[in-house]
Design a protein around this ligand. Sequence first.
Ligand SMILES: [Zn+2]
Length: 66
Amino acid sequence: MVAVVSDYLPHQNPCAQCGKPIATPVWFEDEPRRTWYLWQCAHCGYQFEAVAFFSEAAGKPGAIAA
Ligand SMILES: [Zn+2]
């Protein structure tokens, strides 16, 4: 369903608790103008979410009804 583009995924994000780099998010969800990522630290087990916002979704400028 979701096309995974390697450049699109952040990686080596530092753990919000212990600071160890996390290779890849364990889960992510694409929305039209943002992507949610769930990170889980293999070192301390801490889980946290991060969201990436995109100023303009490709192909749909201004097409989102509020
Ligand atoms: Zn950690």
